[in-house]
Design a protein around this ligand. Structure first.
Ligand SMILES: Nc1nc2c(ncn2[C@@H]2O[C@H](COP(=O)(O)OP(=O)(O)OP(=O)(O)O)[C@@H](O)[C@H]2O)c(=O)[nH]1
Ligand SMILES: [Mg+2]
Length: 304
């Protein structure tokens, strides 16, 4: 007689990834989910709002929360980003603090350490970018950060190479509370495709314009239409704050916007697995960082 299948005990929970800007949270989220959902650039403050990345590990469904980097906020947009990051941590079953092990512990990370200590309870520490650091330095850093007892356990990982990430995943899966899965098995994110598509273009704007353009530029998908031949027609607007910035995004004889569009389109075609016709427009919208509607579009709290 065939044995009856054992009842499956499923687990499910939220894991917040927090840390100073540029610690590698979005890179790790993509690695944990096994697909590129979050954009990654060498610039600090790339991620603006919370983004869920959903993965299955054995019987567990893990809902990872990528958050904006936590830093001392000045402008309204900054405050909303930092509030979104802490909200992600406060709602989560487990919190992973990512620390860039290749750098000194800076004031941003210090501030996070203080708040975590004040909050009480345990968080997980992940020393990231270990591909860049010598082992003796890592051990010193781990001992220094773990001494006040806020962290248990400590992982040493590289989100970029994947080193150590499997161990972290297994630990997190076992730590999730028992319960039914909250999302369909094949769902990878809560973000609509239109939003991820806008982020792909913003990534190119950030990557291709380096320091020439302040980070106060944003991208919105305005139109998304399937054509009869199965291809997609996507229209997006890149918003900047001043006419001089518009000129920078367009570039000499439109070369820059062309190149941004070409790279973004290639990424979108790979991501969406079909042909994409991408139309980019650049508009000036003075001081969008104070505009309520833009905050709503980003899923941020204007009054944070
Ligand atoms: N060498 C190395 N570089 C990494 C690693 N993880 C991330 N990076 C790089 O660090 C930079 C920042 O990575 P992100 O994933 O965007 O960092 P983030 O914490 O999401 O940054 P914000 O969204 O701005 O807060 C990028 O240039 C990444 O390629 C790693 O494990 N090793
Ligand atoms: Mg990020």
């Amino acid at each position: 007689m065939a044995e009856a299948a054992a009842p499956l005990e499923t687990r499910c929970g939220y894991v917040a990834l927090i840390g100073a800007p540029n610690a590698g949270k979005s890179t790790l989220l993509n690695r944990l989910v096994g697909r590129k959902l979050a954009i990654v650039t060498p610039k600090a403050q790339t991620t603006r709002s919370r983004l869920l990345g959903i993965a299955i590990e054995g019987e567990a469904q893990l809902v990872y929360v990528d958050t904006p980097g936590i830093f001392a906020p000045r402008r309204r947009l900054d405050r909303a980003m930092v509030a979104a990051a802490w909200a992600g941590a406060d709602d989560a079953d487990e919190t992973v603090l990512l620390v860039d092990a290749a750098r000194q512990i800076g004031p941003d990370t210090r501030r996070i350490l203080d708040r975590l200590a004040a909050r009480g309870g345990k968080s997980i520490l992940a020393l990231n970018k270990i591909d860049l650091v010598r082992r003796d330095r890592l051990l010193g850093l781990a001992a220094d950060l773990a001494k006040d007892g806020t962290f248990e356990p400590v992982f040493m990982i590289s989100g970029l190479s994947g080193d150590g990430v499997e161990d972290l995943k297994r630990y997190l899966a076992a730590a999730m509370p028992p319960g039914p899965w909250l999302f369909p098995e094949d769902q990878l994110s809560d973000a609509p495709e239109r939003l991820i598509a806008a982020e792909v273009t913003r990534e190119q704007v950030f990557l291709q314009l380096h320091d020439e353009l302040p980070y106060a530029s944003t991208v919105e998908t305005e139109n998304w239409r399937e054509r009869p031949d199965g291809s997609l027609r996507i229209e997006q607007v890149i918003y900047v704050e001043r006419p001089s910035q518009r000129a920078i995004v367009l570039g000499d004889r439109g070369q820059r916007i062309k190149s941004i569009g070409a790279r973004a389109r290639a990424e979108l075609e790979a991501m969406l697995e079909r042909r994409v016709h991408l139309f980019l427009f650049v508009k000036v919208r003075g001081d969008w960082g104070e505009d309520r509607e833009r905050f709503a579009a980003l899923g941020l709290d204007y009054n944070a």
